[in-house]
Design a binder for this molecule. Structure first.
Ligand SMILES: C=CC1=C(C)c2cc3[nH]c(cc4nc(cc5[nH]c(cc1n2)c(C)c5CCC(=O)O)C(CCC(=O)O)=C4C)c(C)c3C=C
Ligand SMILES: [Fe+2]
Length: 425
């Protein structure tokens, strides 16, 4: 286990059995440090053939635990590749079929996250690779509870999100009974997981929508740093940090909360808001650097607040410029979304970028698969998005095209499948 990312470990079986001492560097560094070890190892010219024992770098060998208090893929560092998919239960399928599916999906996720093949007819897509930080995360949409006769156990936190004036939502790409998030630092490993889960689904569910995303690859930058989005901004600076005392309270449902017993199955879980946000990149790119920085309230190069300092310096929201106006404009995105401007409302943003080609008008269909995690959407996403909807300078350059809200149950114990406490409790 690593110090900073307790849910990450280098696959010891593979690592110690293969790359030996060099791999131990990966164990010591863990997470992003492991990525640095990867670049060093990749350049070391071991001469091994691809797929041969001894050729796994720490990037491939890094493994995220499937079991635990929380599902993987929430506090896991951003991965380079992501697939999101929502499924609807097929006509005639109910609680029994859903439970059987979650059991199959959990077993496949456990195996693949450990770097093992799927139990039946593995496609071979990931044959030569290690787990590559694969995570598979499962959630339930509001409609799942009606379909399975479990409405009495549906938490109020799953009530539909309010309408926002800037929403341009496509219902066919929104919501869904079940939601799956796959992330990995290798494209084939991620796709392999998507295929395996889709095969497991059988006749129980049909795909409602599916989206693909990406992030920077570990090791691409000289030093580990906060990710950039497709507008070129450093994005993620203000995220709550696991080291902060109120992190768990903000992101995870209390394990033994004061809520009704019917909702106890969500203890240790979290709520994911998922939005496909198109970036109007041609319009954005026409803005000068200074204009872009005014829109966010931070510099593009370093992510530092316009009021000075470095990326992690606090924004001086009261600071006025020579013209008597706030240095960080009143409609700057980072100002409006800051917890101190929203009664402390906070969320953990863990997005993927997307690019789905270039439209007939020549504009890229690209943007952010915005995913944020919180213990309660009414104290996280909703108040912040309400405020952004009223006066965010960034609104002119983005379009919310789809939306989903999912209850993501806690991580499974070693003898459980994900969601068992709901489906069999
Ligand atoms: C309702 C929540 C939010 C949506 C939707 C959203 C979309 C969105 N954001 C960026 C780029 C940046 N956001 C930044 C900060 C930031 N954004 C939100 C919330 C939403 N963003 C929060 C809570 C914060 C943190 C505020 C703080 O704590 O100070 C930043 C600044 C750097 C950072 O803190 O991450 C950027 C850049 C885009 C491009 C986007 C939609 C496409
Ligand atoms: Fe933002």
């Amino acid at each position: 286990m690593t110090e900073s990312n307790p849910d990450i470990e280098i696959s010891r079986r593979r690592l110690l059995g293969t790359v030996g001492a060099a791999g131990a560097v990966g164990i010591a560094l863990g997470g992003t440090g492991g990525a640095l070890a990867h670049s060093a190892l990749a350049g070391s010219g071991s001469g091994s053939a691809p797929g041969a024992a001894g050729s796994l770098t720490s990037l491939g060998a890094t493994r995220v635990a499937f079991h635990g208090d929380h599902q993987a893929g929430i506090t896991t560092p951003l991965q380079a590749k992501g697939h999101l998919a929502a499924f609807d239960l097929a006509a005639g399928a109910g609680r029994t079929e859903a439970a059987a599916l979650l059991r199959r999906w959990s077993e496949t996720a456990r195996r693949l996250m450990a770097g093992e093949p799927a139990a039946t007819s593995d496609s071979g897509i990931a044959l030569d690779a290690g787990p590559s930080s694969l995570t598979v995360t499962f959630g339930f949409g509001r409609s799942f509870f009606e379909r399975t006769g479990l409405t009495a156990r549906r938490p109020a936190a799953l009530d539909p999100l309010p309408n926002f004036s800037s929403d341009r939502l496509d219902d066919r790409r929104s919501n869904g009974d079940l939601w799956v998030q796959i992330g990995a630092n290798d494209g084939l490993v991620a796709f392999h997981a998507l295929r395996a889960l889709q095969k497991d689904a059988g006749e129980a569910v049909r795909v409602r929508w599916q989206m693909n995303g990406f992030n920077r690859s570990p090791g691409a930058t000289g030093t580990p740093m906060t990710a950039r989005n497709l507008m070129g901004q450093i994005d993620g600076t203000g995220n709550p940090k696991p080291s902060e005392p109120d992190f768990d309270k903000r992101i995870f449902v209390p394990a033994a909360g004061p809520g009704p017993a019917e909702h106890a199955w969500m203890g240790g879980g979290s709520y994911a808001v998922v939005r496909r946000i198109r970036m109007l990149l041609d319009d954005w790119d026409k803005q000068s650097l200074a204009q872009q920085e005014q829109v966010i309230g931070r510099t593009k190069a370093t992510g530092a607040p316009l009021t000075g300092g470095g990326e992690t310096t606090e924004m001086a929201l009261d600071k006025l410029g020579a013209d008597g106006k706030p240095v960080i404009p009143s409609n700057a995105h980072a100002r409006i979304s800051a917890p101190e401007q929203n009664g402390g409302a906070a969320m953990l943003r863990r997005p993927f970028s997307f690019h789905d080609g270039i439209g007939a008008d020549g504009a890229p269909d690209a943007g952010l698969l915005f995913i944020c995690w919180q213990a309660d959407p009414l104290r996280g996403f909703v108040p912040v998005q309400r405020k952004l909807d009223r006066g965010d300078a960034l609104s002119e350059f983005i379009r919310h095209e789809s939306s989903g809200l999912y209850a993501v149950p806690p991580g499974p114990r070693s003898d459980e499948y994900v969601g068992q406490r709901l489906l069999e409790g």
